[in-house]
Design a protein around this ligand. Structure first.
Ligand code: PLP
Length: 452
């Protein structure tokens, strides 16, 4: 644990001038701030020299670990060649041109177009503005409502936070009007007593039909879904979910957007989460693994129909008035090109598929614990949900959730994993070895035995 006693400690200095987001303040008051200086493969190292195995890949993004030489080399070469440029006014870097070609090539789309942002939140905001613009231009200015699902996480900007169905956003007076949230498709938690999974799914489809009927199909701009919900606690949808929901949306002409900020580039075992669930959306939101976390970057990847319609609409006004200073930054694009190469040709995706059986077996084994109600996951993203009573699924009470106590104990054992609600979430880097995976489960198991 970091030394919090010295007035000039890294912890004291961090607390003096850093305003913390998404941080449990009582926890860092008691335990101190972990200040990191560098990484070695899947490990990060703090100012005291303590090494932590990061089972969460940073924030789901560092798929190639923290010091991958090829990514560093790609960044260095591009910094030396051309350190920065935007993608507007008829100018853009050669790297952005090449990355757009590559993204369309590896996407599930036959053809399409790409728009760059600096983050996943901004990519979701951009997509919403594209939909509002499109519907307005096509004579449906009333089509402004956005449908997402309970427990969804789409980001923190005012629009993407409104799409995010988390109660904490109430402190900002969000969601904004017109952001509608369906039931989270988590059968284990949301299914009613005696309801089968098929009946649960039928209820969700009915809810969607009802929502569209009540709101009016012509008022809805789009439906956004993470193929596997990530920050909601790693929640794969119930069986048959997308197969049953998407035809309803299609029938009403509602665009379907896959938020693949976490699931994109191999996390679920296929290149895209939508591929794992057998559907092709109208557009994909990407970030995080897009640059293996080596550069802040996001992208909207438009499929052929949406991009053609948008292009026709924008041709009328001759300019799409939207973008960010660093959109299409050449260093980010060069890193993304290298990262995609590593995933597809450099063995990362193969290693994900090699690791999945061990990962699932490790989660299933820990789920035998009397206080783990459920394990769930898809590919290399998984969660263990803690319960006080396994039979009734009753959660633990108290300010510091039991998942936070488990995560803190893991940190004491040199393992970083993430508490999300009542769950402990694991999202290991794609470069993990079998031995590191064993170390991860061993440390987590020791932490569970200590807390319970
Ligand atoms: N969408 C999803 C599915 C995410 O998981 C996240 C971040 O975790 C975002 C969007 C927001 O991305 P960012 O934090 O880069 O703004």
């Amino acid at each position: 644990m970091p030394d919090t006693s010295l007035p000039n400690s890294w912890d004291a200095r961090a607390k003096a001038h850093s305003f913390f987001g998404f941080t449990d303040l009582p926890s860092i008051a008691e335990r101190g701030t972990v200040v990191l200086t560098h990484g070695e493969g899947p490990y990060v190292v703090d100012t005291d020299g303590t090494r932590y195995l990061d089972a969460n890949s940073g924030l789901w993004n560092m798929i190639a670990g923290f010091d991958h030489p090829d990514l560093t080399a790609a960044a260095q070469a591009q910094y030396a060649a051309f350190p920065g440029y935007h993608a507007f006014f008829g100018r853009m870097s050669d790297q952005a041109v090449m990355l757009s070609e590559k993204l369309v090539e590896v996407s599930p789309f036959e053809d399409g177009k790409v728009f760059y942002t600096n983050s996943g939140s901004e990519a979701n905001d951009t997509m919403v503005k594209m939909l509002w613009f499109l519907h307005g231009a096509e004579g449906r200015p009333q089509a402004r409502k956005i449908i997402t699902r309970g427990n969804a996480y789409h980001g923190v900007t005012a629009v993407s936070a409104s799409m995010t169905a988390k109660p904490y956003n109430a402190v900002f007076g969000l969601p904004l009007p017109g952001f509608l949230h369906l039931t989270c498709p988590h059968y284990w938690r949301e299914g009613r007593d005696g309801e089968s999974e098929a009946e649960f799914l039928a209820r969700l489809v009915d809810e969607l039909e009802q929502m569209i009927a009540t709101e009016g199909a012509d008022t809805i701009a789009g439906f956004f879904a993470e193929p596997v919900q990530g920050a909601g606690g790693v929640i794969p949808p119930c069986d048959g979910y997308f197969d049953a929901m998407l035809p309803v949306l299609r029938r009403h002409g509602i665009p379907i957007i896959a938020d693949e900020v976490i699931t994109g580039f191999g996390r679920t075992g296929a290149l895209w989460g939508c591929e794992s669930y057998g559907f092709v959306p109208d557009a994909i939101i990407s970030s995080k693994a897009l640059t293996a976390g080596f550069f802040p970057m996001g992208a909207v990847i438009l499929g052929p129909e949406l991009s053609d319609r948008l292009q026709r609409a924008v041709d009328v006004i001759e300019e799409f008035p939207h973008g960010f200073t660093a959109s299409g930054h050449p260093v980010g694009c060069a890193i993304a090109l290298k990262s995609i190469d590593l995933v597809m040709n450099g063995g990362l995706l193969n290693n994900v598929n090699h690791l999945i059986p061990t990962f699932e077996a490790g989660l299933a084994k820990l789920a035998q614990h009397e206080h783990i109600g459920e394990w769930r996951g898809r590919g290399l993203m998984g969660a263990l949900e803690a319960v006080r009573d396994k039979a009734t699924k009753t959660p633990f009470e108290g300010h510091l959730s039991v998942s936070e106590r488990i995560a803190n104990t893991c940190t004491d054992h040199g393992l970083i994993c993430r508490p999300l609600g009542q769950s402990i979430v694991l999202c290991p880097p794609f470069i993990m070895t079998d031995a590191q995976m064993e170390e991860m489960f061993d440390k987590l198991s020791r932490a569970l035995n200590k807390v319970f």
